[in-house]
Design a protein around this ligand. Sequence first.
Ligand code: NAD
Ligand code: UDP
Length: 341
Amino acid sequence: MNPTILVTGGAGYIGAHACVTLIAAGFTPLVLDNLCNSSAESLRRVGRITGVEPRLIVADIRDAQALDALFAAQPVAAVMHFAGLKAVGESTRDPLRYHDNNVAGSIGLLQAMQRAAVRTLIFSSSATVYGEPGFEQFREDMRCDPVNPYGRGKWMIEQMLGDLAASEAGWRIAALRYFNPVGAHASGLIGEDPRGAPDNLMPAITQVAVGRLPKLRVFGGDWPTPDGSGVRDYIHVMDLAEGHVAALRHLLAHDPTLLTLNLGSGHGISVLQMLRAFEQVLGRALPCEIVARRPGDIAAYWADPTLAANVLGWRTQRDLHAMCRDAWRWQQANPRGYASA
Ligand code: NAD
Ligand code: UDP
């Protein structure tokens, strides 16, 4: 019997890719998602890719009864906790909604895990927890001082996980701090499908390419970076998903522990470099305009991925070309995301 892994938020962008890698690695994903930012179509597509469509329970992580029923109905070996709201700007406008969904939701999930004696957890954290530490390369032992409600929520959850692991024996926890996930499964069947206008760079580029947006707005050309545009560490979503399986295998094979790991490539890429790489894949130039800096952005940061390499034996495999190629294949085949189906 393949061990069952509860995947909260598994119908979403990263969660659906994680389901693919879990199935390939011999696990059975069981998805719990309230579909507030996703569509069940993503899981039908996971079924087309792998031959196994993950079971979906449409419920909220704040629904204690649904969680108890789920844990009572089958043995669950571990939880991958992706469910959460993720728009930084929205979190500033409506912090209580974010803290209710992300922080209170995580508390509810952890309490249900405690009741069910399931103590193995992989948590989706974010490089946002670092804030602006004054260095460009972020390492796990740096002081965290997030600058927006979304990041503060992730940091609160990380601290709570530390308190929990210290209070009760048996917890195996990995808090994974993602840098900038982009790209899609190489089949083009699953990918990033933002609702409304995209906040993030890669979906903005692919939507310009497909004609949904008139031009790419480059937020700032006067940053203290080599070409003046912002620099980030982009990670192919399949590398990220494989990092989760590596973390899961590590947790299941070792003594109880609390790990906090960066998942990134270790390389900084600028907005203009990303745009040029995408244009190469596309074979034509895209309209773009350099506009004012976006409030809250910082100039440049990327991961120090050494710890994840040492602990998990995991590192990124896919390059910038693969990120652009796969993002484009997904967007081209699904110009309106899953609604194109
Ligand atoms: P996503 O919005 O595509 O997926 C999140 C999923 O969680 C969605 O399917 C949504 O319907 C579900 N969800 C949200 N609140 C829920 C709730 N209360 N109960 C049940 N389901 C709920 O986002 P994603 O990009 O796949 O991100 C997954 C996780 O990774 C999030 O926690 C996010 O904060 C974190 N993260 C994402 C990024 C990124 O750039 N995409 C970077 C760092 C961290
Ligand atoms: N960016 C941009 N135009 C866009 C979206 C993003 O120039 O339409 C820039 C943004 O200023 C940052 C980088 O792209 O320098 C990555 O932004 P994104 O929102 O994707 O991720 P973040 O690093 O902010 O989480």
